[in-house]
Design a binder for this molecule. Structure first.
Ligand code: DAH
Length: 340
């Protein structure tokens, strides 16, 4: 028996000689100490041993088991330490390396102004309505009190698609669509692209406008003026004042041109305001009663005001951009400057 035990001990020596991985060591453990392993199997032969020798045999086997498991456990701990060290080395992270940056984009100046305008007017309770860019003659002109032979049609060079269909020249067309579909009180803001056959440093065949329309009982020019004061302060700065100059639009009566005091020089006169101290920012007026009537709104009960501005124009003024083309060329060197 003693011999058998020594043999097992020898084969353990043999087996662990070049073990380097915990996986192989596990297999060795199973081979000797597992339920059906070589050491446990020794006990199965108990029957063949004379009863008086059994207790001492059992002791020997148990002692062997004890020694073997202590030895293998120690070895296992040592191998695991080495393996862990290797793993840490492999997965080492240099926390001092600079990170990889994802370049972040920025909003286009048009979008910045559009969002700013929307947030100012939304704060006053305006809702957004976006009309179609392809309009028919009725919504773009006739319903806005501009019939076919009206000289005001010459104010805007129109892109016609057919005799009746055109690319809208003004977001004012949306006013009609809203009034046809909604009873007053109406308070809408209508941003969108418009098209005119016009092309120079301050004009582009496609540009964007922001239209506003308020219709309710008792709306006056004073309401328009008050709202514009608020708008000018929020967009151009607290100290900015507004003034109304008489003008003409077929769909408003009276019509006004709205100036803001020059936010660059404070009104003293500079290059931006061309020495006048004032900058024209939008057109507005009281909705012409013929327009209200045409949309089924009783002008003896309801009145309203409307206004329309060019988004590119506001962006150019606010950011000091001198050529409208810059807003359409997508030159990254230009656009980068608007990173918030
Ligand atoms: N639609 C005009 C234009 O494109 C701008 C305008 C003027 C809009 C007066 C209005 C308004 O709503 O009341 O030139």
């Amino acid at each position: 028996m003693q011999k058998k035990i020594e043999e097992i001990e020898k084969s353990i020596d043999e087996a662990v000689k070049d073990v380097q991985s915990s996986k192989t060591l596990y297999e060795i453990k199973m081979r000797f100490l597992g339920k059906t392993g070589e050491i446990s199997s020794l006990l199965k032969n108990m029957r063949d041993i004379p009863p008086e020798e059994r207790p001492s045999f059992g002791k020997l086997v148990n002692a062997l088991k004890q020694r073997a498991s202590e030895r293998l456990d120690e070895l296992e701990a040592a191998i695991k330490r080495v393996e862990l060290g290797k793993k840490y080395f492999r997965e080492k992270i240099d926390v001092t390396l600079p990170g990889r940056c994802t370049p972040d984009g920025a909003f286009h100046p048009n979008t910045l102004i559009r969002n700013e305008l929307i947030s100012v007017f939304a704060g006053m309770g305006f809702e957004i309505y976006e009309g179609p860019e392809i309009e028919n003659d009725y919504y773009n002109f006739t319903a806005l009190n501009t019939p076919a032979d009206h000289p005001a049609r010459d104010m805007q060079d129109t892109f016609y698609i057919t005799e009746d269909l055109l690319l809208r020249t003004q977001t004012s067309a949306g006013q009609i669509r809203v009034m046809e579909n909604k009873k007053p009180p109406i308070k809408i803001l209508s941003p969108g692209k418009v098209y005119r056959s016009d092309d120079d440093a301050t004009h582009s065949p496609m540009f964007s406008q922001m239209e506003g329309l308020v219709v309710d009982k008792g709306i006056t020019l004073c309401d328009l003026k008050g709202m514009l004061d608020e708008f000018a302060k929020k967009i151009f700065g607290e100290g900015v004042k507004t003034r109304l100059r008489p003008s003409y639009f077929p769909f408003t009566e009276p019509s006004v041109e709205v100036d803001v005091s020059c936010f660059e020089c404070g009104g003293k006169g500079c290059r931006l305001c061309k020495g006048t101290g004032w900058i024209e920012v939008l057109g507005a007026g009281m909705v012409n009663r013929r327009v209200l009537e045409g949309c089924g709104v009783d002008p003896d009960v309801y009145t309203g005001f409307a206004f329309g501005m060019g988004i590119e124009r506001i962006a150019m003024l606010k950011y000091g951009i001198n050529n409208m083309k810059l807003l359409f060329e997508s030159d990254i060197r230009f656009l980068k400057q608007f990173k918030g």
